[in-house]
Write a protein that binds this ligand. Structure first.
Ligand code: CIR
Length: 256
């Protein structure tokens, strides 16, 4: 069960955030704020308390708080984001993390290691880590060493196409895994009950489980149906403006 969630308000500079698909257009800032409000409301309905950090105009992608930190059970790991324009976000998330974790349980990924939280998927005490353009071998080595200190385990999943691991695979608890694209047949995930997302709805593989409910992006009927059929109550949140920056539901919060 999650008790706490940390989010950061989108900043006006988000229109200059990183995108792999400029053809989707720039986000509409006012709409992004309304969608962020709805996201917070959905999380609150799942029974968590939500800490809302102020917008930070220095970092266009800073609403995607999942990337500069990973909360792994008893410890918090401040990452070292591989995207240069995002690297400084790690110093800004630290203050929020300190409100929940004592100094001796706050760990750091250090250069030349890089790691972004979007590449980390938690399954109980095991953490899958995507080796991506943002997360390198040294970052994963450091991350696994930190996990071991706390009796947790990690394994590396090489990525071929997607930005982050959780762009394409997300754990819904109860052995259920949403998978799309390159993750459908990966041997790493063979033991799970895999719910395969059709290619045209691949964006919606990024759903989040919050205390028994699954939050699903609005506008992806096949994914919504599949999640309901798996037995979960569903809350829909429109993330169209964040999608324009390759961001999804998981990217927008730290849940612990
Ligand atoms: C980026 O490219 O870093 C942002 N535009 C999107 C980050 C998405 N975060 C995530 O998947 N955890």
């Amino acid at each position: 069960m999650f008790q706490h969630v940390i989010v950061r308000r989108p900043c006006r500079a988000m229109v200059d955030g990183i995108t792999s698909d400029p053809g989707l257009g720039k986000p509409n800032y006012e709409l992004a704020l309304r969608q962020h409000d709805a996201y917070i409301a959905a999380l609150e309905r799942c029974g968590v308390d939500v800490t809302v950090l102020p917008a930070d105009e220095r970092y266009p992608d800073s609403c995607f708080v999942e990337d500069p930190a990973v909360i792994a059970g008893p410890c918090a790991i401040i990452t070292n984001p591989g995207a240069p324009s995002r690297n400084g976000e790690k110093d800004e998330i630290l203050g929020a993390v300190r409100k929940f974790f004592p100094e001796e349980r706050i760990e750091h990924i250090r250069a030349p290691g890089t790691l972004e939280g979007g590449d980390v998927m938690m399954v109980g005490t095991h953490f899958y880590v995507g080796r991506s353009a943002r997360t390198n071998a040294e970052g994963i080595r450091q991350f696994r060493a930190i996990l071991a200190k706390y009796g947790l385990t990690g394994s590396e999943v090489p990525l071929e196409k997607v930005l982050h691991l959780k762009t394409g695979v997300n754990y819904l608890e109860n052995n259920n895994l949403l998978v799309s694209g390159e993750f459908v047949d990966k041997p790493d995930f063979a033991a799970y009950n895999r719910i395969v997302i059709p290619e045209e709805e691949a964006y919606a593989a990024n759903c989040i489980w919050v205390n028994g409910t699954v939050i699903v992006p609005a506008g992806y009927p096949a994914v919504e149906r599949a999640v309901r059929e798996a037995g979960y109550p569903v809350l829909l949140v429109d993330t169209s403006e964040f999608r324009k920056l390759d961001g999804g539901l998981s990217c927008l919060s730290l849940r612990f």
